[in-house]
Design a protein around this ligand. Structure first.
Ligand code: SF4
Length: 207
């Protein structure tokens, strides 16, 4: 089954789903519609965005014009909708807002793409980021608590290390999970900062 066919089966005519901050719906005639979940009760009044580039522009900044470097940050602008009669085209529209997120979920759900542990991701880093691999488990938990949990909609599917067993994320009714199968560059950067702070503390004059 292609990704577009999979999306079509998740969203039969008349159905509604939550996908991150989006509400996805399918009209009885079969058209796919997406809007910000906060706007779900005012669909007819919303401004329509009818191009992939328009949706990419929408996802670039939050409501106050601040750049959104992380596309799964919970800061998507509201006040718009987009619709298409083709599942393939609708998927491209979703990808403009949440790049690759639907594909990641489907591959994970089909057991075609397993998560990469945080330690493995950090151990693969080279150059100035190699240092990130020296973080303690406490620092790793701090990254999840302070960066991932408040700043990102993705549910973490990766374990801390290859020995940890984590339960598989399940799809809740009427939703498509937004998941993280590998730590992103923001988490790696934060790991490097924490590792460097610890190194500087330990090697400060007088220690
Ligand atoms: S590591 Fe994953 S969950 Fe954490 S901020 Fe990055 S993408 Fe989001």
């Amino acid at each position: 089954m292609t990704l577009a066919e999979e999306l079509e089966s998740y969203l039969p005519a008349g159905a509604t789903l939550r996908f991150g901050q989006l509400q996805l719906s399918r009209t009885p005639e079969g058209s796919f519609v997406a809007c910000h979940a906060d706007d779900r009760t005012m669909l007819p009044k919303l401004e329509e965005i009818d191009s992939i580039s328009g949706l990419r522009d929408l996802a670039k900044c939050d409501g106050s014009g601040e750049f959104r470097p992380l596309k799964t940050a919970p800061t998507l602008k509201s006040g718009w909708k987009t619709q298409s009669s083709s599942a393939k085209d609708f998927l491209r529209r979703l990808d403009a807002i949440y790049p690759g997120v639907f594909a990641t979920w489907v591959a994970y759900d089909r057991n075609e793409h397993g998560p990469t542990s945080l330690r493995r991701t950090l151990d693969r880093q080279t150059g100035m980021y190699r240092f990130a691999g020296t973080i303690t488990d406490q620092m790793a938990n701090r990254i999840m608590r302070e960066l991932c949990s408040p700043g990102c909609l993705r549910k973490i599917a990766w374990p801390l290390n290859d020995q940890c067993i984590v339960s598989k994320i399940k799809r809740e009714p009427m939703s498509i999970p937004v998941i993280c199968t590998e730590a992103c560059t923001f988490a790696i950067s934060r790991a490097r900062e924490l590792a460097k702070e610890a190194y500087d503390r330990e090697n400060a004059p007088g220690n």
